[in-house]
Design a binder for this molecule. Structure first.
Ligand SMILES: Nc1ncnc2c1ncn2[C@@H]1O[C@H](COP(=O)(O)OP(=O)(O)OP(=O)(O)O)[C@@H](O)[C@H]1O
Ligand SMILES: [Mg+2]
Length: 247
């Protein structure tokens, strides 16, 4: 069972006992784990400290060249290393990677005019990840990539996790965030279909960072990933399903 876990930046500082226990449980039942993470709040904090203004459009951070250096420094230099260290302290064998390593994420620009240096994945180096899984390691990947010229681009971490899941033909993907799952009037939705998600987006119930997340989740479902879930740190939340199902 190959399982990609996307850990949101919003939840990284709170990935404590329930998350590690859930992760241990998964590895003990034989799940091969790959972690992809963002770092939204950390990046925003650093940009503010550096006096670099930023905006998000449809949940995606508009990234200038100046902001990109902060994104890289924060995600690869800081968030990734401390996440890897915490995982290894908790008894795992995690290895930190960015999308630069062996050109893990090769991107084109999503929409330069609208988002600046934000990448859309064209190719993912699944071979590197399969090697690491074979060795029993947990790859921990931060969401930066390279463009056609090998220059750095920022990526939405949900889209990066989707690319990884597709590249290794994952059986399962879990998007872990700072909410228990997809909420409607404060209540957790146990399972959601494409139709329901479309209507929740239409009426504004799903907004901001939840937009790229549900989009990545639906793309995973369309690409043969059997189990797709949006959850909090305990790893059980909203199942994204193809058809209406009784829950
Ligand atoms: N219907 C919804 N249910 C739950 N959360 C929602 C909903 N609509 C919007 N959100 C927002 O989406 C946020 C999660 O997305 P966000 O991009 O902020 O975090 P992340 O993806 O976990 O982290 P990162 O972007 O750093 O990878 C929630 O904190 C919440 O504010
Ligand atoms: Mg996000």
């Amino acid at each position: 069972m190959r399982h990609v876990i996307k850990a949101g930046g919003s939840v990284l500082s709170r990935l404590n006992t329930p998350f590690f226990e859930a992760l241990k449980q998964l590895t003990s039942i034989g799940h091969e784990i790959i972690i992809v993470h963002g770092g939204g709040p950390h990046i925003s904090g650093r940009l503010e400290e550096c006096g670099i203004p930023f905006v998000k459009v449809d949940g995606i951070r508009v990234t200038t060249k100046k902001a990109m250096t902060i994104v890289e420094e924060t995600l690869a230099g800081n968030v990734n290393t401390s996440f890897v260290r915490t995982l290894n302290q908790a008894g795992f064998e995690a290895v930190g990677l960015s999308g630069y390593d062996a050109n893990l994420f090769q991107c084109t620009l999503l929409n330069e005019e609208k988002y600046g240096l934000v990448g859309k994945v064209e190719m993912t180096n699944g071979r590197l990840l399969r090697h690491m899984l074979k060795g029993g390691f947990i790859p921990v990947i931060c969401s930066v990539g390279v463009d056609e010229n090998g220059e750095p681009v920022n990526m939405n971490a949900d889209a990066a996790a989707e690319a990884v899941a597709r590249a290794v033909s994952a059986d399962q993907i879990t998007f872990v965030s700072d909410v228990d799952g997809v909420l409607h009037s404060g209540k957790l939705i146990a399972a959601a279909t494409r139709m329901q998600i479309a209507s929740l987006m239409h009426d504004g119930t799903i907004y901001g960072g939840m937009i790229p997340k549900v989009e990545a989740a639906l793309n995973c479902l369309d690409n043969g990933i059997e189990k797709v879930c949006i959850s909090g740190p305990a790893l059980n939340g909203t199942l994204i399903v193809k058809e209406e199902c009784a829950v």
